[in-house]
Ligand binder design. Structure first.
Ligand code: UD1
Length: 417
């Protein structure tokens, strides 16, 4: 298994290009199932999760062409409406094919995603919504087996804000008979990006970006071309990486527009941030101030940035309280950060971090995608070498991580093994 070796203590400086958003690309790739016509996507990040989704689509009979960051998909015929266990277990977002398959061919068999490192993560809201739209759903041998002659519009209210749940139901609704209203919808920018791609394909969606989304079903979708939005979590991660090294950098191909909560915290920490039209400039002070964060659905502070801010607080001045309200087990990075000399305590969904002037490089283990990112941030700030094991987690969500960090002056190398 590959490892990442980081020699800490080097100030990050320069320019780095941000890739397309993983969490926008995955549902938008699945959206190709809704039409027999081609869907052309630009700014698709080169990530393991994207390759997994493309493999899943190809197995269903979708013609996939990939050239750099451009992907052309053509689902002329769905040969197999099936998402098998071996793919779903490596990527929970495979559940995103359920809504489109049901809408297009009236049947789908998707392996039920199990628990994952950061919590139980059920998909009951996806199932409940599809049932309300007339689908018959049975759990058979670990698979969700869904059938319907044609989905019909319905009023759906999710019990909690769910991002992939909202995306799945929105995709199901675009070909349903009549109007669907999704209440308590996720307001994440990736949902807005999905809706704008679907609308370019001929869907009639209103209200994406608010908590009430209205979808008027249409008989057919058509060909379209769409550019995936920038990855706000990758952006936030590089901002943290620059911040902990007291560096200065310009992140291009991205925007501060979707990052208000994160930018506010970096300003509180003492960074200077200048938003540009398609870029963000950050200048960090020699020593950061501790900042408390509480995760919640967008537009509040994202759970996907919680781990990186824990690392940042480990080297800041003062004490920070970190509250995780989305996932029940998302502090796995805390023990690893302790191995690097961090002074922190976890109690339920709260972590208290007492900043120290120095972290020490150590051998640590990546446990999930964003936890791994926090170990990278910590490693960049630490003295000596940090060796991060199991970095396949990072490859799921960060395109060219070591190349991008090295371009900023970090000393990072991948150790094959
Ligand atoms: C998405 C993101 C992930 C991010 C998360 C929260 C993608 C591919 N992934 O994950 O990066 O961390 O949003 O911003 O976009 N829940 C249920 N039942 C359901 C659905 C969700 O109980 O049917 C719960 C989950 O266990 C969790 C909360 O709702 O506690 C939010 O989950 P959700 O927004 O669905 O997360 P994902 O869409 O899986």
């Amino acid at each position: 298994m590959d490892k990442l070796a980081i020699e800490g203590g080097h100030r990050l400086e320069g320019e780095v290009a941000i890739s397309g958003a993983k969490n926008a690309a995955l549902p938008i790739l699945a959206a190709c199932l809704l039409t027999p016509d081609p869907l052309e996507l630009h700014n698709v990040p080169d990530l393991r999760d994207v390759s997994t989704m493309l493999e899943l689509l190809a197995r269903m009979g979708v013609r996939v062409e990939r050239m750099g960051d451009r992907v052309r998909l053509e689902a002329r015929q769905i040969e197999q409406a099936l998402a098998p266990y071996e793919l779903v277990k490596t990527m929970r977002a495979s559940i995103l094919v359920l809504g489109p398959l049901l809408a297009r061919v009236g049947e789908a068999r998707v392996s039920l995603p199990g628990g994952c490192a950061i919590g139980a993560r059920p998909v009951d809201q996806h199932i409940k919504g599809l049932q309300a739209m007339g689908a018959e759903i049975a759990l058979e041998h670990g698979d969700i087996h869904a059938r319907v002659s044609r989905l019909r519009g319905a009023k759906l209210v999710t019990d909690m804000v769910t991002v992939t749940g909202t995306g799945n139901l929105m995709m199901a609704a675009v070909l349903a008979d009549g109007m669907t209203v999704i209440e308590n919808a996720a307001r994440e920018p990736e949902i807005v990006d999905l809706a704008s791609c679907l609308n370019a394909m001929g869907a009639r969606i209103n209200g994406a970006g608010t908590d009430i989304i209205r979808v008027e079903g249409v008989a057919r979708l058509h060909a379209a071309s769409h550019r995936i939005m920038p990855d706000r979590i990758e952006t936030g991660t590089y901002l943290c990486a620059v911040a902990v090294t007291g560096g200065q950098a310009r992140l291009t191909g991205t925007s501060a527009a979707y990052l208000d909560a994160v930018v506010d915290k970096l300003l509180d920490a003492g960074c200077e941030i200048i938003p540009e039209r398609n870029a963000i400039m950050i200048t960090a002070p020699p020593r950061l101030r501790a900042v408390s964060v509480r995760t919640a659905p967008y537009p509040a502070f994202p759970t996907d940035m919680q781990a990186q801010f824990m690392a940042l607080n480990c080297v800041a001045e003062g004490t920070a309280v970190i509250r995780e309200t989305i996932f029940e087990n998302r502090f796995l990075h805390a023990v690893e950060l302790s191995r690097m000399g961090a002074n922190l305590r976890v109690d339920g969904n709260t972590a208290i971090v007492i900043g120290s002037a120095e972290l020490q490089g150590a051998r640590v283990m990546a446990t999930d995608l964003r936890a791994s990112a926090s170990l990278v941030v910590a490693g960049l700030a630490a003295t000596g070498e940090t060796l991060i094991d199991r970095i396949y987690h990072l490859d799921r969500g960060y395109e060219g991580l070591e190349t991008k960090l090295c371009a900023l002056g970090a000393r990072v190398r991948r150790v094959r093994g």
